[in-house]
Design a protein around this ligand. Structure first.
Ligand code: SAM
Length: 249
């Protein structure tokens, strides 16, 4: 029997709009990828009726503020050269799921501290037939201490999770030396960057690029911070669960 997501249409208005918007960041989607995005959108809207996944539900807005924004890291990184990505505080799957659809060969780990969101993402992974991707329930501070995750990833991405100093303490321990953490920020990220000097020194990382841009058709300024991990993270970090947010470095 077909489930509600098995049968989908091609060239829906959603797919046509998405295809056009992606061209602004030089991403050309195949028909199969367009269908995967469409299906993900439908699943998110459906689930959003019974749990809090996103405040953004209107087609154009989801395309720009969730899908194109998630992929905007291509402005500062050759994502196609990366082998493993971890997304910290992925929520409804941003930026992780859009990146996975566009780069199916990369190994992905999606992390969130809310179990219900991870269950939703497991349904998405199954329905979209995504491979080499896992969604894990847990706090970054705890998972970063696990041998199989620590210093394991080429790239860490994170959007709308915490202040930059707190977030860097969550994210940098997962990254290999020489790898990168890309933080998706709004304009406020500039102040956060100024405040993060001490934190970067303690954690052994440095800012390589700060890229300001506007999403096509949107006024709000976006800021991508590309942070390089220069040396191994001291074992003391991240500190105990809850401490990085209460007492940022
Ligand atoms: N990244 C998504 C986005 O841009 O739409 C979700 C952003 S949402 C505002 C923040 C998410 O981070 C929530 O789903 C929350 O459960 C998760 N989160 C917050 N602190 C966390 C932590 N210490 N470890 C793992 N997940 C965390």
């Amino acid at each position: 029997m077909m489930d509600q997501y098995t049968e989908y249409k091609e060239n829906t208005s959603f797919q046509i709009k998405l295809k056009e918007e992606m061209k602004h960041i030089d991403i050309i989607l195949s028909d199969a990828q367009l269908r995967q995005f469409d299906q993900f959108y439908q699943m998110m809207i459906e689930k959003n009726k019974v749990m809090n996944l996103t405040a953004i539900t209107q087609e154009e807005e989801v395309i720009r503020k969730h899908f194109v924004d998630s992929l905007s890291c291509v402005k500062v990184c050759r994502v196609d050269k990366v082998k493993s990505i971890i997304d910290i505080g992925t929520g409804a799957g941003f930026p992780g799921i859009p990146l996975k659809i566009v780069y199916p060969e990369i190994n992905f780990l999606l992390v969130d501290s809310l179990k219900k969101r991870i269950s939703f993402l497991e349904d998405v992974i199954h329905a979209l037939n995504l491979n080499k991707i896992k969604a894990v329930h847990g706090r970054a501070e705890d998972l970063a201490r696990q041998k199989n995750y620590r210093s394991h990833f080429d790239l860490c991405v994170s959007r709308a999770v915490a202040n930059l100093s707190t977030l860097t303490e969550y994210c940098i321990p997962f990254v290999k030396v020489g790898g990168y953490f890309i933080s998706y920020k709004s304009q406020k990220g500039k102040e956060e960057l100024e405040m993060a000097e001490n934190c970067f020194r303690i954690l052994g990382c440095s800012i390589e690029e700060a890229c300001e841009f506007q999403l096509e058709g949107e006024d709000a300024e976006r800021l991508l911070l590309k942070i390089r991990k220069d040396r191994a993270t001291n074992k003391a970090y991240p500190r105990k669960s809850g401490v990085p947010s209460k007492d940022p470095l």
